[in-house]
Write a new protein. Structure first.
Lengths: 277, 85
């Protein structure tokens, strides 16, 4: 079959953790965009969803922090941080066969770790909760947190590698990258939003021009988008998988009470992937 | 090495319900298992979020810990900023 959908969405813990804190004029566009995403997913009749999520100390620590780790199992549990996001812990269906095929396919191009016991935090569970989906998931954890996160362009290569395997897979596969955009998470600066960065990034993301962000300097990224800005890695991977297709923004809304420039977007899927610059 | 140990403790408290229970009920014994300086030990004993943040503990270890202790996010932020919640 093939890749049937390529999406990216913010997973700010406040969306479910403190839903009433922002004014409705700020929260509603994001919730509506998640509803639109749900409708699109249903229409695509996907069998399984690959979810690219940043690590948030659910699995890995400074003793061993992989750049990428794929969860190979038929069942996962999450969220680990249920109090932080106010989502009850539950079991989530996995797809070990696709995960194993993906691991082998990705390893041809990008080194990655594998785990048969991956814990899911809000990065996966909050989007699943808002999408109200029971789809099986294949989680791919991307280090955007600590140690030496993979270079941004490497995440594009990861996405392209995912695409090559998915295109040979017999089931209908959707892809969702979660995280970002700008945020200073749980820090004294929380509430600050890098609106200019977010808009430039979204323009590039939906304009088929993600390459303009693939060598973005680390310090500039942190100044303009906060430490949470590193989570654009999952978006870049989605663009890589979609062949840098153009797309649309379902919502962009700075939500200070959720500490995040929140966005939801969808990309068209080009026939072929591009080589990372 | 010390900040590493502070963060390792917070990491394990947040991700392992049994360690969280020990943090709530027998904090001193739990903390003794980590190699902390006296200042770090005091900050962890008191869950002094501001001090821990200033020491370099990662904010995504501190925010979820605050939630696990029943502290609201706005109150947690106020403490980080040195304001009384």
């Amino acid at each position: 079959m093939s890749l049937v959908g390529a999406f990216a969405a913010s997973h700010a813990p406040g969306i479910t953790g403190r839903p009433a804190l922002p004014p409705a004029a700020e929260s509603q566009p994001i919730l509506r965009a998640y509803d639109e995403l749900r409708a699109r997913l249903l229409a695509l009749q996907a069998d399984v969803m690959v979810v690219l999520s940043p690590e948030h100390w659910a699995n890995f620590f400074l003793d061993n922090m992989p750049s990428f780790c794929i969860g190979i199992a038929d069942e996962f549990f999450g969220p680990t941080d249920e109090k932080f996001v106010n989502i009850p812990r539950r079991s989530v269906r996995g797809n070990a066969r696709l995960a194993r095929a993906l691991a082998e396919g990705i390893a041809e191009e990008v080194d990655l770790a594998t785990s048969q016991d991956l814990a899911l935090d809000h990065g996966v569970m909050l989007p699943l909760h808002l999408l109200r989906t029971e789809l099986a998931v294949v989680p791919v954890i991307v280090n955007c947190l600590a140690g030496i996160p993979a270079p941004l362009h490497r995440c594009h290569t990861l996405g392209a590698a995912i695409r090559r395997t998915v295109d040979r897979w017999p089931e209908r596969v959707a892809l969702l990258g979660t995280g970002g955009l700008s945020h200073w998470p749980a820090m004294p600066e929380s509430g600050r939003i890098g609106i200019d960065f977010d808009r430039r990034f979204l323009d590039a993301f939906i304009g088929g021009r993600i390459e303009s962000f693939m060598r973005y300097p680390k310090e500039q990224l942190e100044t303009e988008a906060g430490p949470g800005g590193h989570e654009i890695r999952t978006w870049i991977a989605v663009a890589g998988a979609a062949g840098d297709g153009r797309g649309s923004i379902l919502a962009y809304q700075p939500v200070p009470a959720w500490s995040t420039g929140c966005a939801v977007a969808a990309l068209q899927i080009e026939a072929a992937v591009k080589q990372a610059g | 090495m010390s900040l590493y140990d502070v963060q390792k403790l917070l990491f394990q408290v947040n991700r392992d319900p049994k360690t969280l229970e020990r943090f709530l009920n027998e904090r001193e014994t739990l903390i003794a298992e980590y190699r902390l300086t006296e200042e770090e030990r005091r900050a962890v004993m008191a869950t002094d979020f501001r001090r821990l943040y200033e020491m370099g503990a990662h904010s995504l270890l501190l925010g979820p810990l605050a939630a696990n202790l029943g502290l609201s996010f706005p109150d947690y932020l106020a403490i980080l900023r040195g304001q009384q919640p």
